[in-house]
Write a protein that binds this ligand. Structure first.
Ligand code: GTP
Length: 762
């Protein structure tokens, strides 16, 4: 009995020793994994910060000058103030050559900061100054104007960033934002910005082209606490910056100022992991506290001990139970995996099959990881050509240069989603209008796993919108008045030209019939024909007189078209109307000019012939006498010679006026040219009537003419008369015969008249 007992005790002691060693190894491995996860979270956050810096630098690359307001808007959009990112702010430090220092200070003061200085004051070889820092209030105001190059730790990082054209982190500093309470270690990250928005190749060129630095200050405790949060209750975390010479500088200790924390007994589970940050190495030390929930393996140890102590049968039974449980667990895991992979497969097939949307997954750097049929159709690349490439390829060159793809990812990282509409490039170089949605994908712990990007080709829709916009512009800006009515002819919309021409506003005519514009000049037949044409032929075109709101009647050229739906039903009428008042006026003027003498405004030869023809026709019908008098001024040439041609013109106008005033309304006086006039006298009772008129005219024209120059001109006139019907039956003959009689009057010494009298002028 003793031997089995001794053997049993020894076996138990040996097993206990081994189990304890094993337990320690398992716990160490568990904590290692946990520390790795925490370190990854810190790394992830640093990466997010770097993206924010790159996005901000992109703003400078895309614009030759970024204003304070633009910087404010950009940084506000990032939502830094909500604090969850752990950055104190986002700033721009401008590089200032010594000779520009004064000018720089003056220009910032002129922006409304009269006390602005580049601090610390003093003479240095090179200057920089924090010119933008958002959020621009509170602690951050203390940094405004500070020359970070004046301080060696910051200067080292700034120069390293400048020469490497990469992000550089500084060593430990005391931030300008600090006051005397809650002082924390601070760190700054810098990204240089060069002239022309490019990254110069050589170090010398980078030094020459440097414009300044986009930078972000962190307070280490704030930053690490926002990332690790509750984990700091169970794990002590220390972050140290390690210099090239191996000197450690403590940036953060979660138990700084506290009594030495209680760790897990004698077990040394400290883990130290490196973190690469902008050209520096941080060592992060993780140590479990007493509160750390290490999985308690003592129960297994006890069980094992009991197991050894139990009989073989019980051991067999226990083994059997364990085996059975494992088999069930395996079966369940197997089923679950099958269900998951089936779901994944279905989802994959669905995504791959979607043809109208380009759906792709990007990794955290923007490299394409998956590619569906829609992406191939819309963008033109096949999966094997594009997987592994950066998604910036889909952007136009201009957008790429402006850093738009990087900004898109940075925004998606910060806000969760990025939505945009813009131009994208296909494989064949053509562009299309894209509606894009980028979503940052995070795992349960919040680590960024990549991005889901959904793109839709909306070129047709965009073009349609553009066309509509153009049509609307034409509608608004055309000089033609346009009114659109419903099928009952009630106004739906009118354009500004309609309002201008009709003097009615859109509100005044809305839902009313356009008959309110009617002038009353057209009868019912006119409108009946108009509507018949529209219903039969789809449109009507013609001249129409309308009345403005103010009452004026005006002519217009109107086109009405019917708009039908797919079923052929009229749904709208569109009226396009041109105000032709000016054209009509011009036509009347042309008509007048064609028939009147420009100097005296008397009828000319053309109108004379037409009037004479009418007069003769009437005289034929009524068998009345009428006379044609040919009149020529006497000694008119002398007026021209003596007082000038213009004075002669004035005299001709005055003579025409005297003739017109002397004659009856329905008599015609025309000027044939020069100083020759023809008068048609209608409805004469006898030939003597014509003689009376001739005598009176001669007398009137003998009266002196007062010329504009103040002189009095004395002329007279001679008259030849032919009479219808005795001296000719048609106008031409009568005029010719009157001319012959005039000749005789001139011969007779001027200032008299002669009748033709059938060729026997007397
Ligand atoms: N100012 C002016 N002169 C004109 C115009 N048309 C013609 N004349 C001039 O009028 C004159 C007409 O010539 P005549 O009829 O021979 O001159 P007149 O002195 O009246 O001679 P008699 O008829 O023989 O008495 C010419 O000198 C033309 O140059 C015109 O429109 N304006």
């Amino acid at each position: 009995m003793l031997l089995p007992l001794v053997v049993s005790v020894m076996a138990l002691a040996f097993m206990d020793f081994n189990l304890r060693r094993q337990e320690a190894a398992v716990l160490a491995a568990e904590f290692d994994t946990h520390a790795e996860k925490l370190n990854e979270r810190l790394r992830e956050r640093i990466r997010t910060h770097d993206e924010i810096l790159r996005g901000a630098a992109g703003l400078f690359m895309s614009s030759s000058r970024v204003t304070r307001q633009e910087w404010h808007s950009y940084v506000s959009a990032l939502g830094l103030e909500e604090g969850h990112v752990g950055i104190q702010g986002l700033g721009f430090a401008q590089r200032i050559p010594p000779q520009r220092l004064n000018g720089h200070v003056q220009s910032v003061r002129a922006e409304g900061f009269p006390d602005y200085e580049v601090t610390p004051l003093g003479v240095r070889d090179d200057y920089s100054a924090i010119v933008y820092l958002e959020p621009f209030y509170g602690r951050n105001l203390r940094a405004f104007g500070f020359d970070m190059m004046s301080e060696s730790v910051r200067r080292e990082a700034m120069l390293r960033a400048r020469d490497s054209a990469e992000i550089a982190y500084s060593g430990r500093v005391r931030l300008k934002q600090e006051s005397t309470v809650d002082v924390q270690a601070g760190v700054l990250s810098y990204l240089p910005v060069y002239r022309h928005g490019t990254k110069p190749r050589s170090v010398a060129q980078r030094r020459a082209d440097l414009l300044g630095w986009v930078y972000a200050p962190f307070r280490m405790r704030d930053m690490v606490s926002t990332v690790l949060q509750d984990d700091l209750k169970t794990v002590r975390v220390c972050v140290s910056d390690v210099s090239d010479q191996g000197v450690q500088d403590l940036l953060f200790d979660s138990h700084e100022g506290h009594a030495a924390p209680k760790t897990r007994g004698a077990m040394d589970l400290k883990v130290s992991l490196p973190l690469q940050v902008g050209g520096r190495t941080w060592h992060v030390q993780y140590e479990p506290l007493a509160s750390y929930p290490l999985s308690d393996r003592r129960i297994y140890r006890a069980l094992a001990m009991v197991g050894v102590a139990l009989t073989g049968v019980m051991l067999c039974a226990l083994t059997w139970v364990l085996l059975f449980t494992r088999q069930r667990a395996n079966a369940m895991a197997h089923d679950l995996a099958a269900t998951i992979s089936e779901g994944e497969e279905r989802f994959r097939l669905m995504v791959e099959g979607v043809k109208d949307y380009a759906i792709l997954m990007l990794d955290d750097r923007g490299m394409v990881m998956t590619w569906n049929a829609g992406a191939a159709r819309i963008k033109g690349w096949q999966a094997e050509e594009i997987i592994g490439q950066h998604f910036g390829r889909f952007y136009t060159e201009k957008d790429r240069e402006a850093g738009v793809p990087e900004q898109a990812l940075a925004t998606a990282l910060i806000t969760g989603q990025y939505r945009e509409e813009g131009w994208r490039v296909r494989k064949n170089g053509t562009v299309f209008r894209a509606s894009v949605l980028i979503t940052a994908m995070r795992d349960a712990q919040g680590h960024v796993k990549g991005f889901a990007k959904v793109t839709r080709d909306i070129t047709a829709h965009h073009e349609q919108e553009e066309r509509l916009r153009l049509a609307a512009t034409v509608f608004r800006s055309t000089q033609e008045g346009v009114a659109i009515t419903d099928a009952d002819g009630r106004v739906l919309v009118v354009n500004p030209a309609f309002e201008r021409v009709t003097e009615y506003t859109e509100a005044e005519v809305k839902r009313r019939k356009l008959s309110l514009l009617a002038s009353g000049r057209h009868d019912r037949d006119f409108f009946q024909n108009l509507w018949r044409d529209i219903t039969e032929f789809g449109s009507w075109q013609g001249e129409i007189w309308n009345r403005r709101k103010g009452g004026e009647i005006y002519p217009g050229w109107l086109t009405i078209s019917a708009v039908r739906d797919e079923g052929g039903q009229i749904v709208n009428f569109v009226g396009v109307f041109t105000d032709i008042t000016r054209i009509a006026h011009a036509e009347t003027q042309m008509e007048h000019l064609a028939h009147h003498d420009a100097l005296t405004d008397l009828p000319n030869r053309l109108l004379l012939h037409s009037r004479l023809a009418h007069t003769l026709e009437r005289a034929h019908r009524t068998e009345r006498i009428c006379a044609v008098m040919f009149l020529d001024l006497d000694r008119f040439k002398a007026v021209n010679d003596q007082y000038g041609h213009e004075a002669g013109d004035e005299l001709l106008k005055a003579a025409a006026q005297r003739l017109r005033l002397h004659l009856r309304e329905n008599d015609t006086v025309a000027r044939l040219g020069g100083d020759e006039f023809v008068i048609v006298l209608e409805d004469l009772a006898s030939v003597e009537g014509a003689e009376v008129v001739a005598r009176a005219i001669i007398e009137r024209l003998q009266q002196p003419f007062h010329l504009p120059g103040g002189q009095d001109a004395h002329i007279g006139c001679s008259v030849g008369i032919s009479v219808f019907p005795d001296d000719g039956q048609d106008g031409e003959t009568l005029i010719r015969h009157a001319d012959a009689a005039l000749y005789k009057a001139k011969e007779a010494g001027r200032g008299t008249w002669r009748l033709y009298r059938g060729g026997r002028v007397g």
